[in-house]
Design a protein around this ligand. Sequence first.
Ligand SMILES: [Zn+2]
Length: 130
Amino acid sequence: MNHCQSNTISGKECDAPVMNGEDYCYRHNPRISKQDKVDASKQGGKRFKVLQNAPEASIKSIQSILILLEQNINDVRKGRVDPRVSNAVVQNVNAALKVYELAVIESRINILESKAGIDNQPRPISMDYN
Ligand SMILES: [Zn+2]
């Protein structure tokens, strides 16, 4: 990747990558107005879109997780939340599903151990699921 043809304020070569089809990075590109650069800088510092007034999400059942994912998909598609926020929701749901999987496996093992007459000890993991 080519680096910018401009120099920094201190006189060194700018080592930022060039914009697509350009000889300069965004900051040094003379074809971008100073105002646009200022606006872009301000925009970058703004907080991204979140649903501050949304009700608390529930992840206590598969049904509620499906509802949350459906809302999340629609919110990001309609531009109501930033995709980064949506990705965070998906990461949290994935973590919850891992716990859910463990709880299901644990429950099934307990049933099998009980049927086999194995003295099963109480397990530290317990989660309501339906
Ligand atoms: Zn540059």
